[in-house]
Design a protein around this ligand. Sequence first.
Ligand SMILES: Nc1ncnc2c1ncn2[C@@H]1O[C@H](COP(=O)(O)OP(=O)(O)OP(=O)(O)O)[C@@H](O)[C@H]1O
Length: 243
Amino acid sequence: MPHILAQGLTIEFPLYHMGARSLKKRLLAHSPLRLREDEANRVVVSALRDLSFRVEPGERLALIGHNGAGKTTLLRTLAGVYEPVGGRLEVEGLIGSLIDPAAGMDVHSTGRENIVLRGLFRGLSEARSEAMADEVAEFSGLNEFIDVPVRSYSAGMQVRLSFAMATVMEPEVLLMDEWFLAGDAAFMAKAREKLAKLVADADILVLATHDMDIVREWCTRVIRLEAGRIVADGPVEQVLEAA
Ligand SMILES: Nc1ncnc2c1ncn2[C@@H]1O[C@H](COP(=O)(O)OP(=O)(O)OP(=O)(O)O)[C@@H](O)[C@H]1O
């Protein structure tokens, strides 16, 4: 059964080029909650601190909080991009990630090759995977660019390709950063129906956003993060009204 379980989840990033002793001391004194010195005398940023939560099938979870609160870090950790330094994380189910445009793609391969690889990975036949690539080329508006290496795509083209690939993958756990909903108005107008289906078909949605209208439209539950900690977790109206 698809689910997410986090227990005491902690993520830290070491800050390099922090040689000057006085700068280090000043930084540590200034942000005692967010920065600490580790065993190797490096300054580390505590991006996520001791998060515990469980997400069940059917839940549509919004991650909200100010800039730097930890929303994107949590999404990336759920996607397997970052390894926790502490605690436990279980993500069960086929993950679809709309976080970083080219994440999970081989940028030296063409859009078509990336799609076919994904299809094969999902257990589809080569013929079906090829057919999917044609569908994506058409729907995404990439057309002949589908046969060009992804590294030469513009940011907008990468978004189109990742979105189209996600719809093809039919993920059980859909991880999404809000700017996927915002950018490229012409494309999103066309993609909205597909996006609604993608969300409806996924067992779990985790969406990081600053936009409370989007939260109300797409989500059933909210986790509010503040400086890397969970400060509220509950049904949408309950958490938003408490703010
Ligand atoms: N690769 C990294 N190296 C060092 N620090 C990082 C890295 N990624 C994130 N951080 C730090 O972790 C904290 C959380 O950042 P994150 O990007 O997750 O916040 P956010 O809530 O998504 O912010 P925003 O709303 O601005 O996108 C910040 O203090 C940030 O500086």
